[in-house]
Write a protein that binds this ligand. Structure first.
Ligand code: NI
Length: 163
């Protein structure tokens, strides 16, 4: 990638030429993307729908999202996420099983929130932290427990490496 790097030591325009075409200001690099006009039009529609201020922030979010997704496919970093489950607490066997699973995995379940949705239904949000395979396994076991009406693992990030 070609860029100009800001150079405060002064070389005329304050920019340093890089190898391939954008403008670099401190740690920000400006670069161009070419795309089919129709694709860009659709993308602009998405940006407007999601309320982004501009294309740059939308593209940065897409990049970050892909980096987080990639990190979850590997098993070499400590990831963070949430597991949400909805179940009926009146099944004593189910509540016992869910509590058992959570206690067995207390090292990876770092916080939890329990909401009594109504007379019968409970929602729990568990904040999980650990290697991706371990977290996915905990999530699969909780969500797969007979009687859990709905469950979802949200795969997020420890934030490191994202800017
Ligand atoms: Ni409850």
């Amino acid at each position: 990638m070609y860029y100009h790097r800001v150079n405060n030591k002064g070389n005329g325009n304050g920019h340093e030429k890089g190898p391939c075409g954008g403008i670099k200001t401190d740690n920000f690099i400006r670069f161009g993307i070419s795309a089919d006009a129709r694709l860009l039009e659709n993308f602009d529609g998405l940006i407007a729908a999601k309320g982004y201020a501009n294309r740059s922030e939308a593209i940065r979010d897409l990049i970050r999202d892909q980096l987080v997704e990639l990190a979850w496919t590997k098993n070499n970093d400590i990831m963070v996420g949430t597991i949400t489950i909805v179940y009926n607490h009146e099944s004593k066997e189910l509540t016992k099983r869910l509590a058992g699973l959570q206690h067995q995995n207390h090292a990876n379940i770092i916080s939890s929130l329990h909401v009594h949705l109504d007379e019968h239904n409970c929602l729990e949000v568990l904040v999980v932290k650990g290697k991706s395979e371990k977290i996915k396994s905990i999530s699969d076991r909780l969500i797969g427990t007979k009687g859990v009406k709905h469950g979802k693992l949200t795969m997020s990030t420890n934030g490191r490496g994202l800017y």
